[in-house]
Design a protein around this ligand. Structure first.
Ligand code: ZN
Length: 346
């Protein structure tokens, strides 16, 4: 079965000026998918804008109203690093709509898995404040749609972006229906995502953070999934897995965002996606929806998205960028033991 792709040229119209999160990221990805013969093989799924009700399931109406108004007036800055322009509201709302459409397509069995190739990204967007290049939290909007409109009782969000998904954690911190798992560089922007942040109230235990030290490569990211995510997911028994797919842990990203200091490779992203693919097959009929987050070296991003599709298609991954010259081998055993203890694993 062939996976779905959701893409819209409207995403290119989110203007950010001179900024690491620019339209060329998506243009490079779509060009490579075409060049590699993937574009015409995938199931292209249409999507409209998310409804106001769907957006309000993740965000404050007052924040949404201001964002729309300021965007239509020409834009500005939500935070010093989060510019937006005249078309940004429409692009972001369409991206959330695509995450919902992808979720529906997977739940209805029209495609086994789907990838939302969108921008602006979303996982830093909190209920009442966009930040970190993010305006609206598409994965959160899709998870709430799955839970509230489609009646799912358990949705798993896996976030392998190099940054902690502040907004996603915030939105679901007390919600037992949505389990949020994140592996990320720590300490780093935005400062949240310590292992001891595990949710609160009814959601206690449904937030799982694996804070990885700078320099972590594929082995660390893969172990975080195998040692922590897999047992947590087996216990949670999700009916759907949403993925905040950020590829900015790729080792070339340091040159684009100096604070990123990780050593992941295209091949390693393929390994992570293989684990998620197999986990979805085991637990939830293969239902898997990827939503693009970060990834600031356009070429590494393009090959990583290509690798994601290759794994979903059970085809070999190609990694022309290869590994960094040296990968430090930090001892992560203590971290994994801490995560296991905090979440009663093993
Ligand atoms: Zn990121």
């Amino acid at each position: 079965m062939v996976p779905g792709l959701l893409y819209d040229p409207l995403y290119l119209e989110h203007e950010t000026g001179r900024h690491p999160e620019h339209r060329g990221r998506l243009e490079t990805v779509t060009a490579l998918l075409r060049e590699r013969g993937l574009w015409d093989r995938l199931v292209h799924l249409p999507a409209g804008p998310a409804t106001q009700a769907a957006l309000e399931a993740g965000h404050d109406p007052a924040y949404l109203g201001l964002l729309e108004e300021y965007s239509r007036r020409g834009g500005g800055f939500l935070t010093p690093d989060t510019p937006f322009g005249r078309r940004s509201w429409d692009a972001a709302v369409r991206a959330s709509g695509a995450a919902i459409a992808a979720t529906d397509a997977v739940l209805d069995g029209r495609v086994p898995a789907a990838f939302v190739l969108s921008r602006p990204p979303g996982h830093h967007a909190c209920p009442a404040q966009g930040m970190g290049f993010c305006l609206i939290n598409h994965v959160a909007v899709a998870a709430r749609h799955a839970a509230r409109a489609r009646g799912l009782e358990r949705v798993l969000i896996v976030d392998f972006d190099v940054h902690h998904g502040t907004g996603t954690q915030d939105i679901f911190y007390a919600d037992p229906a949505v389990l949020y798992f994140s592996s990320h560089q720590y300490p780093a922007y935005p400062g949240t995502g310590g292992a001891d942040e595990i949710g609160e109230g009814a959601g206690l235990g449904a937030t799982v953070n694996v804070p990885l030290p700078p320099g972590t490569g594929d082995a660390g990211f893969v172990s975080a999934l195998e040692r922590v995510l897999v047992p947590v997911a087996r216990r949670f028994r999700p009916e759907l897995i949403l993925v905040s797919a950020g590829y900015d842990a790729h080792w070339t990203n340091t040159a684009y965002l100096n604070s990123i200091r990780m050593a992941a490779t295209v091949d390693g992203f393929g390994q992570q996606v293989r684990i998620l693919r197999d986990l979805a097959a085991e637990l939830c009929h293969g239902r898997l929806v990827f939503v693009l987050e970060g990834g600031y070296d356009p070429e590494a991003l393009a090959w990583s998205v290509d690798a994601t599709f290759r794994v979903l298609l059970h085809e070999p991954v190609e990694d022309p960028l290869g590994p960094p010259r040296s990968t430090p081998t930090a001892d992560l055993e203590g971290l994994f033991r801490l995560c296991e203890r905090l979440h009663d694993l093993g």
